[in-house]
Design a protein around this ligand. Structure first.
Ligand code: NAP
Length: 283
């Protein structure tokens, strides 16, 4: 039976470490603040924003909520970001995606000051990651690295296969595994003979956005399988990109959905907020 990697426990462990760190700062009268901007009221986005607020409260980070109407002009959003960039009491800025269609997401992300880019989506953050310089790392892939490290799964020298090449998961995931000295291969929709590649993996990270796509036939005996996918099935139950029941029979370790990668994303966002504060005060 595979080891189940418990993302809920590891996420709580990280949040508790941060809470302790933040409490010490608060005792000295210092406050960390995260600005969260939501445009419109998409129900899924409202849930994500609410979860971020709760995590901030738990850790002791001040969360500042900014809500713009669905039909707000792009200049209004850019103006707000500019004001927050200049406010030295605000350490992190997060714009909840997706934005309404009339707004240019790339332009908005670029407007955030890189030293406040706690989502790690700014081109400067991505560039820093690719050339091994300090900068914010996209939260979901950073969370996967923590899951592996805190489960004592070595990355160095291992065959790591990342399934998916999106800018927010697949590409930064591959760069992070490389930074940890894994031997990394990225697969995507044009990969020929996907199984041949995934079956080589000691560590297989799956982020393709297709429910239960990966079954045991894609997995080497004893491999670690990390499932980034999140979907709701016909019964409204959560499932991942990996067919858990099938894969757990061959894997050495596996993340469940829910309770695997999901809870790590917010924990790493909180980590980035604390890092943003440290950056602002140690520069
Ligand atoms: P995405 O932007 O849709 O990217 C999917 C990637 O998978 C693409 O690179 C695509 O290849 C590749 N792909 C699609 N079908 C494939 C196939 N049949 N064979 C091989 N590769 C295939 O998705 P994403 O934003 O990275 O998200 C992936 C999953 O993670 C989704 O389920 C999403 O909901 C979930 N997610 C979870 C979290 C979390 O906090 N846990 C955070 C973000 C995302 P091409 O590039 O060739 O099209």
């Amino acid at each position: 039976m595979a080891q189940i990697i418990d993302g809920k426990r590891i996420s709580k462990e990280i949040k508790d470490e941060l809470k302790e760190k933040v409490a010490k700062l608060n005792e000295m009268g210092k406050t960390i603040a995260l600005a969260v901007i939501q445009v419109g009221n998409d129900p899924a986005s409202s849930v994500y924003v609410g979860n971020k607020k709760k995590a901030c409260e738990y850790i002791g980070i001040q969360s500042l909520a900014y809500e713009l109407p669905e039909d707000a002009k792009e200049e209004e959003l850019l103006g707000l970001i500019d004001t927050l960039n200049k406010n030295d009491k605000v350490h992190g800025i997060l714009v909840q995606l997706p934005l309404p269609k009339h707004m240019d997401e790339d332009k908005v992300i670029k407007a955030i000051a890189p030293e406040k880019d706690v989502d790690g989506f700014h081109p400067q953050s991505v560039g820093a990651l690719s050339i091994g310089q300090p900068g914010f790392v996209s939260c979901t892939p950073a969370g996967v690295i923590q899951l592996l490290k805190r489960s004592n799964i070595d990355i160095e020298g291992k065959e790591c296969v990342v399934l998916g090449r999106s800018n927010i998961v697949g590409k930064p995931m591959a760069l992070l595994l490389l930074r940890e000295n894994g031997t990394v291969t990225i697969c995507h929709s044009r990969t020929s003979d996907l199984k041949e590649v995934t079956k080589r993996a000691d560590i297989l990270v799956v982020a393709i956005g297709k429910p239960k796509f990966i079954d045991a036939s894609y997995v080497k005996e004893g491999a670690t399988v990390i499932d980034v996918g999140i979907h709701r099935n016909e019964q409204n139950k959560l499932c991942g990109d990996v067919d858990f029941e099938s894969v757990e029979k061959v894997a050495g370790a596996i993340t469940p959905v829910p309770g695997g990668v999901g809870p790590m994303t917010i924990a790493m966002l909180m980590h980035n907020c604390v890092e943003a504060y440290e950056f602002a005060h140690n520069k």
